[in-house]
Design a protein around this ligand. Sequence first.
Ligand code: 4AD
Ligand code: MG
Length: 431
Amino acid sequence: MVKTTIAEVPKHVDQEVTIGVWVANKRSSGKIAFLQLRDGTGFIQGVIVKAEVSEEVFQKAKSITQESSLYVTGIIQKDERSPFGYEMQVKDIEVIHHSIDYPITPKEHGTEFLMDHRHLWLRSRRQHAVMKIRNEIIRATYEFFNQNGFVKIDPPILTGSAPEGTTELFATKYFDEDAYLSQSGQLYMEAAAMALGKVFSFGPTFRAEKSKTRRHLIEFWMIEPEMAFVQFEENLQVQEEYVTYLVQCVLKNCALELNTLGRDLSKLEKISVPFPRITYDEAIEFLHENGFDDIQWGDDFGAPHETAIADSYDMPVFITHYPTSLKPFYMEPDPNRQDVVLCADLIAPEGYGEIIGGSERIHDYEFLKKRLEEHQLDLDAYKWYLELRQYGSVPHSGFGLGLERTVAWLSGVEHVRETIPFPRLLNRLYP
Ligand code: 4AD
Ligand code: MG
């Protein structure tokens, strides 16, 4: 017996193999049965012809239920009609477990029902494809930063300070002290950059945001590179190269998954460096010219604003130099203009919104101290962060890319809830 997986099937054309599978779907007539089989590595059709197998095997195929688990044995054949390119002529079936009344049937289900059954919904062809694309983005991220001399650093998740403002914190107790779940590892990454030069983190972050949109999760994963001796301009170059690399890797290594999702590839194939850039001032002007009369200089952009701006490009676009008042305390002001900072948000095309936030960081001790005071932050909690500016302070920059929004954009799925295995949303902690 040759035991294999669906992914390895191309190596076994015209050979007899055995695969452990689940039955995703089934269709049968008096003479033939078609089983849509999945094993985690992929999907393949199994064909059982009554005249070619024992009566017992044919009856097993006819009576098998959705999501039952089996060992199937059969001959692998090329099949030009299937997107995967192969099928199995099944000779034998061994039922491992008979599944009864699987709740997710091939008919349409509502979103809340599917979300309540996320632990099972993950098995679907569509969710499988999204998770494979997420995995490819994770793989390509490590590859990109390793190839470019970055060291992976893991900042803590339990923290005593708030990098991105104090309103969206998950508070908890750390024995007798107050603690928070990390909103961003950035401040720790700045310390790491002073030790290792170029670093990146990749971990979960938490925002107690009361936002219920297609772009917001309560728990999401962020990639946060931080670079010593790097200023605003060079920071943007790293971002556009990294994002382009992700797009190319997904196009190259996830063709089947993109096809399953019906993704418009032409939109992704266009992505290349350099990305267009506009300043916040230009963005305000653009919005005024395009019917957004209410927005004023100093206001933050909402989803409709970002989408309007993004729609005038077919590439991700950097919006740079936001007003100082809109951004966190650590951002370096523009040397020519104190009312804007050396920052950029990267807005993805097709309405997927901001996928990166980044900036040059303040490296002057006195100035940073002043900014902390203006933001009414506790200087004791930030003592260590200030000390980074007392011992060989250098210009440095970094950014954070939201994994789930990037997965949503590249997969072409509407809502971030489908881009993470078990989404934590405003009203959802189950399953
Ligand atoms: O713009 P943000 O808040 O930036 C930071 O946290 C910086 N400290 C990063 C840095 O410079 N090291 O978040 C960065 C990115 C956003 O652009 C977005 O892609 C994602 O994280 N993000 C979210 N994704 C899903 N749900 C949420 N609630 C998110 N909030 C931010
Ligand atoms: Mg942001």
